[in-house]
Design a protein around this ligand. Structure first.
Ligand SMILES: Cc1cc2nc3c(=O)[nH]c(=O)nc-3n(C[C@H](O)[C@H](O)[C@H](O)COP(=O)(O)OP(=O)(O)OC[C@H]3O[C@@H](n4cnc5c(N)ncnc54)[C@H](O)[C@@H]3O)c2cc1C
Length: 522
């Protein structure tokens, strides 16, 4: 049996971040990954043709930009292990079906000028939203990269000032209700409503309005990071850091079971019968629905609550395409954003689409988003060529009873046909494509269960110290010692946050290590 101090189940970026901090502190770390490749949702692969490097899942690294992991370069991912970001000036834009556009720049005055094309009043309101987002950002960011404070204490703190109570009011509102307070023009409302959609929730969902401020605050303060060479360069840098500190990362090693002895995690067993011992602790990127199957003797109440966590109704489907040339949009404005949303002209269409998903039906109007990051990073494609990452939302279980394996190409045809209303050289410019249905998404990482790219729904009752459940919110399982959780289903949620840092902090404390002093690469 191979033994290490720390065994990490899964090489997603969060598991790697936690493992890398422990490796930097001198622990012998072993990471086991079920796939033949590393990175989970942070991976760049030649999915179509040689020389076309596609970000299979995450493409833009937004929220990790405020993480001390990067702001202080704690693990020297940037200065020693080759991680480099490009920050385009237009992180996000909407392209409406009538050819009009709305760009959000890092510079709020430029964004206000864009919004003024539709409404001067809305441009002024936007300036106020931007100021508010900047004011709230330090407080919000301070909660994202360390273990969450208890929910009751956080609410009590907000209740102590007028500003805190206003923040609490916004936290509880639906995006739609708040946007109607702020803006008068429906395209401006729709543009910001689509932001909630990126979190796989309807703008009409209660307790989502704060997302507008979090998104805008990060967009303006940090920009949307595009990793040079591809999203997977973050994974590469983390693995280089772990190996540099004597750790190992193994592919094609699927963990079937966590070994438990006297209430303490002592190692793991793989599906092919290998056994690995952990002297100090085990880290697991294990979805709450699967925990009970992998850990014997979990408290039945804790297990039942974990298995009852709610998954969103809006599953994700993506098309990756190798393109013969860059996209030619049917717009007079240049389309030069990291994230581009293809929107209808009526806001009601978007709201009704999300209603359909709630009933597990297809959306009448595809809600396409895309990125073509070769325009910022030509190293990802052969000279003159381009890549496309296109996504839409669908029910996990098709209402017509067909399997996604059989029907996904047909759905991709629908997506591309719709895209051709916005882009003149689609579909002719597509050389080859790769389609990931919600079922494929779940196959590439069990975190993306039922195509939920955030693991479980991002709802208030599954947030903060209550994510995924009040029992599991501190990255630990009651009654099981030396086992620690990472994943998009833990605080602060889905997205490239580098949230494994918070798991590492919890582990340092339990193992008697000093995070401030030892959790750094010198
Ligand atoms: C299509 C799509 C697009 C996205 N776009 C963005 C974006 O642009 N920006 C953004 O910030 N976020 C985006 N996300 C979300 C982001 O990718 C995820 O939230 C993030 O990657 C989660 O990281 P993680 O390390 O927590 O989990 P994962 O990346 O899911 O990693 C878990 C790893 O553990 C492995 N594993 C699980 N069980 C076992 C086992 N039993 N044995 C061995 N290995 C195991 C899995 O194979 C996987 O590699 C996107 C997600 C998807 C699906």
């Amino acid at each position: 049996m191979t033994t290490a101090d720390i065994i990490a189940v899964g090489s997603g970026h969060n598991g790697l971040v936690a493992a890398a901090y422990l490796a930097a502190a001198g622990k012998k770390v072993l990471v086991l990954e079920r796939n033949a490749w590393f990175g989970g949702g942070v991976v760049t692969r030649e999915l179509t043709r040689p020389g076309f490097r596609h970000d299979q899942h995450s493409m833009s690294h937004i929220f990790i930009q405020g993480n001390p992991l990067l702001t202080n370069d704690e693990l020297r991912l940037k200065s020693r292990y080759g991680l480099e970001y490009i920050f385009p000036q237009v992180p996000m834009m909407s392209v409406f079906e009538d050819g009009t556009t709305l760009k959000l720049y890092r510079d709020p005055e430029k964004s206000a000028a864009e919004i003024a094309k539709y409404s001067r009043r809305d441009a002024d309101a936007f300036r106020q939203v931007s100021r508010q987002a900047a004011a709230w950002l330090p407080m919000i960011a301070s909660t994202l990269y360390s273990p969450p404070a208890p929910v009751g204490a956080s609410n009590a703190m907000l209740d102590q000032s007028r500003e805190g109570r206003e923040l609490w009011r916004v936290i509880q509102m639906s995006t739609h209700d708040h946007l109607c307070e702020l803006f008068e023009h429906e395209k401006v409302r729709m543009h910001f409503a689509r932001v909630a959609g990126e979190n796989l929730v309807s703008p009409d969902e209660k307790a989502t309005a704060i997302g507008v401020y979090v998104f805008l605050g990060f967009l303006e303060a940090y920009g949307f990071g595009v990793a040079r060479g591809g999203s997977g360069r973050l994974t590469d840098a983390l693995i280089a850091c772990i190996r540099d500190h004597g750790g190992e990362v193994l592919a094609s090693a699927e963990v079937a079971r966590i070994r438990v002895s006297n209430g303490r995690a002592t190692g793991v067993e793989t599906v092919d019968g290998r056994s690995f011992g952990a002297r100090d602790a085990v880290i697991g990127a294990i979805h709450p629905h699967l925990l009970g199957q992998m850990i014997d003797g979990m408290d039945p109440t804790v297990r039942a609550a974990a298995e009852a966590t709610h998954i969103t109704d809006a599953a994700c489907i993506t098309v990756h395409a190798a393109l013969d040339a860059p996209l030619q949009f049917r717009t007079s404005e240049r389309v030069d954003a990291v994230m581009v949303e293809m929107l209808p002209t009526s806001y009601e269409t978007l709201r009704r689409d999300f209603d359909e998903l709630r009933y597990h039906r297809f959306t009448p109007y595809p809600l396409l988003g895309l990125g073509s990051l070769s325009q910022f990073d030509p190293s990802r494609v052969p000279p003159g060529k381009a890549i496309l990452h296109l996504w839409d939302y669908v029910p996990y279980r098709r209402p017509d009873g067909r399997s996604w394996d059989e029907a996904k190409q047909e759905y991709a045809d629908r997506m591309l046909a719709h895209l051709s209303k916005f882009v003149a050289n689609i579909p002719g410019v597509v050389l080859e494509r790769h389609v990931d249905s919600p079922v494929d998404m779940e196959r590439t990482s069990p975190s993306f269960r039922r195509g939920d790219l955030h693991g479980i729904a991002t709802s208030t009752y599954q947030s903060g110290a209550h994510r995924p459940t009040p029992d599991l919110g501190q990255y630990t399982i009651p009654g099981l010692d030396r086992f620690y959780l990472v994943g998009p289903f833990q605080h602060p949620g889905g997205g490239v946050f580098g949230a494994g840092r918070a798991t590492a902090m919890t582990m340092f404390e339990a193992l008697g290590l000093d995070f401030e002093r030892q959790g750094r690469v010198k």
